[in-house]
Design a protein around this ligand. Structure first.
Ligand code: NAI
Ligand code: CS2
Length: 473
């Protein structure tokens, strides 16, 4: 039996479900990139708004690529279960906020119409870091998120509809401004007056988003089926922690976000730097070093004393680059992060985090390195993390087992490694690739030296030995 409106009543009482009238909700949100994170993070906040009596915040999800999530949710009336796991507890809630999912390649005009609907007041996005590459398409034949947004905004403007707010929820520095620039560039190619209207009327607030949401696997779905007696192919698993920091700049109505636990602020940057450089920087280091050592999950890596010492060392290096936002105690933040990493109930795959490293390294590791090198400060832990990403590009772990490097630049990094005959040559070749390591770093011996020494250490003795040596030197 599938999870659906008709089967909600059959669920065990301990599984929470929508207490509001789903038929009365209005679709105020369009989300581009409906994947696991949106359904565990922003949708959970919009669900709380609906549950609190504000019917305006149902969601039309859009996949700009494959039909996966649509095919999971359509037979379930848009319903899915969100399971918050910590240790032995697994709190399950059925989320009712998603009303429909559109697959853009199948129905591009339906996506434009959703963006141009009068009820739509907010657009959110989780399209991965690689979704922000320069959009070469046009709003008349949209493929990219930026082009769909330009097309939807053009339709709103032509219909004389009110502006709306566009909120990037991807792990990128200055995500709002980056997205705004891409959307305006597409609009400018079509009609400069549209670009000017977007600049004047549409808010693209900056955000910091945080909730660990591992990809769902078959065991998750089977486990829920045994617990609840229904099949939920749209199930999403996460942790109890959720943080959303949003720049307080909107073009139109929004839910009472502050009442829902969202932090509204004028300055998101310090929150973003702390999260990207501490949580995500450590995540990427754990992913590559743990993956090279053949370790499958984050909690298994940080169960190793040498790995915990290494992560603390990396946080010492990265933490020095931060100006903590008011109220953020970095010592407590680091302790909370380590506890979240150690949550074995998440089984967060190192392989998943290792994906798209060429799009993640700049903000997670290289920004901290650039800050420290400019002050002639040492970077042993950060250098080992970058060296581990470099070794990962070879597609073999320390045992020689091959794996696919899941990255839009994998062909470039593989080619760069091919003719490089030494660790230093490999570092220089990868650092010279455009769009990953900033040129100023790529030519700086204070970067090349430590990273090459770290790569030699990895190639000589493997990731576990390198972790242990670096953590204590
Ligand atoms: P997912 O794989 O479940 O969903 C990714 C979504 O992005 C899919 O809808 C996919 O079609 C779309 N997408 C991929 N490449 C695209 C492109 N080039 N253009 C447009 N759409 C594209 O991944 P998940 O877990 O939802 O994460 C998505 C993003 O959310 C991450 O890349 C990150 O920026 C952010 N995030 C994820 C967290 C997590 O723990 N999973 C936590 C914090 C942020
Ligand atoms: C992870 C992030 O997959 C990855 O790159 O580092 O998705 C991480 O789970 C989130 O940023 C946590 O908020």
């Amino acid at each position: 039996m599938r999870l659906a409106d008709a089967t909600l009543a059959a669920l065990p009482a301990e599984i929470a479900r929508p207490g509001y009238d789903r038929a009365a909700m209005r679709t105020g949100v369009v989300h581009l990139g409906i994947g696991a994170f949106h359904r565990a993070h922003q949708a959970a906040v919009f669900e709380a708004a609906l549950a609190g009596g504000d019917p305006r915040w149902a969601i039309t999800g859009v996949s700009l690529r494959a039909a996966g999530v649509r095919d999971q949710l359509a037979p379930q009336d848009g319903l899915y279960t969100l399971i918050e796991r910590e240790g032995a507890t697994a709190r399950a809630r059925v989320i009712g906020a998603v009303r429909q999912v559109l697959v853009a390649p199948e129905a591009p005009q339906a996506v434009v119409a959703a963006l141009a609907a009068a009820d739509t007041r907010i657009v959110t996005l989780t399209i991965t870091e690689k979704g922000y590459a320069a959009a070469g398409d046009s709003l008349s034949a949209p493929v990219s998120a930026a082009a769909y947004l330009a097309a939807g905004l053009a339709a709103r403007r032509a219909a004389g509809l009110a502006p709306l707010t566009v909120i990037s929820c991807d792990n990128l520095p200055d995500n709002g401004a980056r997205l705004a620039a891409e959307v305006r560039a597409v609009a400018e190619r079509h009609d400069p007056a549209l670009a000017r209207w977007i600049e004047a009327e549409i808010a693209f607030p900056q955000t910091m988003v945080d909730r660990i949401v591992p990809a769902t696997d078959a065991a998750d779905i089977a486990g829920f089926e045994a617990r609840a007696g229904v099949t939920d192919l749209g199930l999403v698993k996460t942790e109890p922690f959720l943080q959303w920091v949003v720049e307080d700049r909107f073009s139109g109505p929004r839910p009472d976000l502050a009442a829902l636990g969202v932090q509204l602020t004028e300055t998101v940057g310090p929150w973003e730097d702390a999260k990207l450089r501490l949580l995500n920087g450590a995540h990427s280091a754990i992913a590559y070093l743990g993956g090279l050592a053949g370790i499958a999950t984050v909690d298994q890596v940080v169960a190793l004393p040498e790995a915990r010492r290494f992560v603390e060392r990396l946080w010492d290096e990265a933490g020095a680059t931060l100006t903590p936002p008011p109220g953020l105690d970095l010592h407590a933040y680091r302790a909370a992060l380590m506890a979240r990493f150690a949550n074995a109930a998440l089984a967060h795959g190192t392989r998943q985090i290792a994906m798209d490293g060429s799009q993640k390294l700049p903000q997670r590791l290289l920004a901290s390195i650039g800050w420290r090198i400019a002050r002639d400060l040492p970077i042993p832990a950060l250098a080992l993390a970058v060296a581990a990403w470099m070794r990962w590009q070879g597609g073999r772990d320390d045992q020689g087992a091959a794996f696919v490097v899941d990255d839009p630049r994998a062909a470039d990094t593989a080619a760069a490694l091919r003719d490089a005959g030494s660790a230093e040559a490999r570092v220089r070749a990868l650092a010279a690739l455009p769009g990953i390591v900033p040129p100023a770093l790529a030519s700086d011996p204070r970067f090349i030296g430590p990273v090459a020494a770290a790569l030699e250490r990895l190639e000589r003795g493997g990731a576990r030995a390198a972790l242990a040596e670096t953590a204590t030197e």
